[in-house]
Design a protein around this ligand. Structure first.
Ligand code: AMP
Length: 282
């Protein structure tokens, strides 16, 4: 496994791989790897000749009051885990390498960002789309792997790939959870013990909504209220949003039909957690 820190070296490696006709699987992350990331890496390993993992905590996608400085980092441990998954390259650029000066161009996302995290984190998806555009141009992958944990991000990247004509296949991977249902996240280590216990209500409330849908409930307002009541009664978390939209269009619905997403974000003491369920309504 090779660790590459400069764009120039990464591009030269990629050029050689392309000359050999290699397919390239790319897994972009912010590091502090967990089982969710490893699932993406495993899938990329199965489907491609070469696998590139990037580790970059992208300042552009954090708001001024968000957790850029406290975002967990452990490069040594990440490398050991990546090695275990037989990854070929870890691309680990510095902020200076990725953003050497003030940018003359940035990517602005026009659709699917007026709701959910796009609404509560202004500029977040522009930062994501900008860094992913740069990474796609550097790595030139055949396939790129993203987690449904960040379902709105998947919808945005889907638009980016088709609008900017990237010849890249987007592979979306299911959410990997802890035994008690909490979605795995690098940020979970920053949960206080009490918050960690209470955070299990997020998945429980999504499951309760799914159960209600199964029993015939089709009114999104009723379902959102059910989830909000469960979260407020079983935790001290502050609800950022609980919403139901069509997926991947992210349009509001008067009545559930086709493919929908139930998505939520809840703030605990030091960490804001997100989770979702995507359901096909019969
Ligand atoms: P991050 O390092 O949080 O930016 O995540 C990197 C990639 O891993 C993103 O595509 C995430 O959606 C994905 N990911 C994060 N957590 C999970 C999880 N629990 N299950 C599946 N994929 C995940």
């Amino acid at each position: 496994m090779k660790v590459v820190t400069t764009i120039q070296e990464m591009q030269s490696e990629i050029r050689q791989l392309k000359e050999k006709g290699h397919s390239i699987g790319f897994v972009p992350t912010m590091g502090f790897l967990h089982e969710g990331h490893l699932t993406l890496l495993k899938k990329a390993r199965q489907e491609n000749d070469t696998v590139v993992l990037s580790i970059f905590v992208n300042p552009l996608q954090f708001g001024p009051k968000e957790d850029f400085s406290t975002y967990p980092r452990d490069f040594e441990r990440d490398c050991a885990l990546a090695e275990g998954e037989k990854i070929d390259y870890v691309f680990f650029p510095s902020v200076k390498e990725m953003y050497p000066g003030s940018a003359s161009v940035k990517v602005v996302v026009e659709k699917r960002t007026d709701v959910l995290c796009g609404k509560s984190r202004p500029g977040h998806f522009d930062g994501v789309a900008t860094v992913i555009t740069k990474l796609f141009n550097i790595i030139m992958p055949t396939r790129a792997y993203f987690g449904i944990k960040d379902a709105q991000q998947v919808a945005v990247i889907d638009g980016l790939i088709s609008d900017f004509n990237f010849p890249i296949e987007l592979v979306a991977v299911d959410i990997v959870r802890e035994q008690d249902g909490l979605a795995k996240s690098s940020r979970n280590v920053n949960l206080l013990p009490e918050d960690r216990q209470q955070a299990t209500v997020l998945y429980k409330s999504l499951q309760a909504a799914k159960e209600a849908i199964f029993h015939g409930e089709r009114n999104p307002v009723t379902l959102v209220n059910l989830i909000k009541e469960m979260i407020t009664s079983e935790s001290k978390g502050e609800i950022d949003y609980v919403d139901i939209f069509s997926y991947p269009e992210l349009k509001p619905l008067e009545e559930l039909n086709d493919r929908i997403i139930i998505a939520l974000a809840v703030k605990f003491t030091k960490v804001r957690l997100i989770d979702n369920l995507i359901i096909n309504i019969n």
